[in-house]
Every structure is written in structure tokens, then in C-alpha cells.
Ligand binder design. Structure first.
Ligand code: HEC
Ligand code: HEC
Length: 212
């Protein structure tokens, strides 16, 4: 009995330390003001969803979150549906393994993107998002339903969605890049910190979705 208690204390302590390590990790984000689950009213959660939706449907995010034709976009604010030049098709692998692979041009590197019109580089291997995460041609309600469904969001619960952002920030992944895409590209609206806070508010409110 005593042994079990001690073991669970050790486990609890290392979990807490794990969280602390994450909180103080390399992501550079401020986690101190994030709300706890159950402390946010649904209306506030819905307002945060509106901000999240504006980010997700910006070309910086949308260009990779495309449908089953597997064709990445070169969308801009003026021409959101413009498709990738060079006849690129990512195939079912979503990394172009069947043809010309993404990293033939898109390097995996945390160096800043300083050259306009060069293939963007991030700290993660460049690829399309899985087809279940398609956000092109989807309503706000449809995207919201997908985002909160573990069967269609990579098995993530509320904490998992937040964790995903922190992990991305540590690696300088796709979300982090979208807010700081370098020369010649319009950043996603707001900042990574604001997006994290909106996601924390939305998840703490129980992930409410708009009607429709
Ligand atoms: C032959 C080189 C090449 C290959 C291979 C390639 N790309 Fe690109 N990609 C580029 C270049 C160059 C740009 C920047 C174009 C510009 O800004 O005018 C780009 C831009 C993009 C963008 C737009 C980024 C943004 O939001 O502005 C996406 C998305 C993208 N590529 C996805 C992919 C995916 C996914 C693959 C693999 C299936 C891939 N690319 C393979 C050269 C390539
Ligand atoms: C270079 C392509 C690319 C860009 C740009 C991109 N993503 Fe993704 N996204 C991916 C890939 C690949 C995955 C799957 C990997 C994973 O699940 O961790 C993913 C998964 C996700 C997920 C988890 C699954 C889900 O739908 O719930 C979220 C949330 C997400 N991205 C948000 C964003 C946001 C927000 C932006 C813009 C600020 C963005 N992504 C830009 C490629 C991209």
C-alpha cells in the first residue's frame, strides 16, 4: 500500500516536472495566462473560434490543408485558389513520395526564410496535412466539427491540440512558420501567442462550434 502510494507520488511528481519542462521549453510562448478547463463560458469560446477560423482559412494555413486531389496551393489574399506551379502533386503520401518529393525543393531547416519566392523551409519535413484535415471548401461549422473530433484530428483531445502548438513552436514547424513566413509572404493574422490563447479559450470552453 505504502509502496503504491510512493510510486504514484513519484509518477505524479515526474508528470508535474514534465509539464514544467514543457512550460519552460524552447517554444518561447507565455503559458501563464491560459485558462483552465471549465472556466470559460460558451459564448467566449465561440468568439475565440471565430478568431481561430480566420487563422485556419488564411492562405498560409489553407495552402497545405487541401483536399483529396493532393495539389498544394500557392494561394494569396488576392488569389486564394491559385495552385502550386511545377505540376506538383503530393500523392497519397502527401510528401510527393510517388513523384517529386517536397524536400527536393523545401529544405528542413530552422533558418529564416529570407528570399522571396524561394521554396519555404521549416524545422519539420515539408508536406501536405493529411486529407482528413482538409479546410479548403469547408464551412466554419465543418472545420470546427473536424478539429474537435479525435477520429479526424490525429487523435487529439483538448490538451493534445494545445500540445500540438507548443511542439510546433519548439521545432519551428508549419504553424510557427505561418505566423512568420519571411520575405514576400503575408503572415497568418495575429500572432502565434494569440492563436495559442484563442485555442486555449476555445478548448477550455468545451470546443463550442457555430451552427450550420
Ligand atoms: C520543384 C521545386 C518544388 C517542389 C518539388 C515542391 N515545391 Fe512547394 N514551392 C516551391 C516554390 C519555389 C515555392 C514558392 C513559390 C512562390 O512564392 O512564388 C513553393 C511554395 C509552396 C507552398 C506555398 C507556401 C505559401 O503559403 O506561400 C506550398 C503550400 C507548397 N509549396 C507545398 C508543396 C508540397 C506539399 C510539395 C510536395 C508535394 C511541394 N511544395 C514541392 C517549389 C517546390
Ligand atoms: C507545410 C504545410 C502546412 C502548413 C503551412 C500548415 N499545416 Fe497544419 N498540418 C500539416 C501537417 C503535415 C499536419 C499533420 C501533422 C500532425 O498532425 O501533427 C498538420 C496538422 C495540423 C493540425 C492538427 C490536426 C487538426 O486538423 O486538428 C492543426 C490544428 C493544424 N495543422 C493547424 C495549422 C494552422 C493553424 C496553420 C496555419 C497557422 C497550419 N496548420 C499550417 C501541414 C501544414
Amino acid at each position: 500500500m505504502r509502496q503504491t502510494l510512493r510510486t504514484s507520488l513519484v509518477v505524479a511528481t515526474s508528470l508535474a516536472l514534465g509539464t514544467l519542462a514543457l512550460a519552460q521549453g524552447e517554444h518561447g510562448l507565455d503559458l501563464s495566462a491560459l485558462p483552465q478547463a471549465g472556466t470559460v463560458a460558451p459564448e467566449e469560446g465561440l468568439a475565440a473560434w471565430e478568431n481561430i477560423h480566420t487563422v485556419l482559412t488564411h492562405p498560409r494555413c489553407l495552402n497545405c490543408h487541401v483536399g483529396e486531389d493532393n495539389v498544394p496551393l500557392w494561394g494569396t489574399a488576392e488569389a486564394p485558389g491559385r495552385v502550386h506551379g511545377m505540376a506538383i502533386n503530393a500523392g497519397n503520401s502527401r510528401i510527393g513520395a510517388e513523384g517529386l518529393s517536397c524536400n527536393a525543393c523545401h529544405q528542413t531547416s530552422t533558418r529564416p526564410n529570407t528570399v522571396p519566392h524561394a521554396a519555404p523551409q521549416t524545422g519539420m519535413d515539408w508536406r501536405l496535412a493529411p486529407v482528413e484535415f482538409q479546410w479548403t471548401d469547408r464551412t466554419s461549422a465543418e472545420i470546427c466539427a473536424q478539429m474537435r473530433d479525435p477520429d479526424r484530428n490525429g487523435g487529439r483531445d483538448e490538451a493534445g491540440l494545445i500540445e500540438h502548438i507548443l511542439h510546433d513552436a519548439e521545432l519551428i514547424g508549419f504553424i510557427t512558420w505561418s505566423f512568420d513566413p519571411g520575405e514576400g509572404r503575408e503572415p497568418a493574422p495575429g500572432s502565434l501567442q494569440q492563436h495559442l490563447e484563442d485555442m486555449a479559450i476555445w478548448t477550455a470552453a468545451g470546443m463550442p462550434c457555430p451552427e450550420g
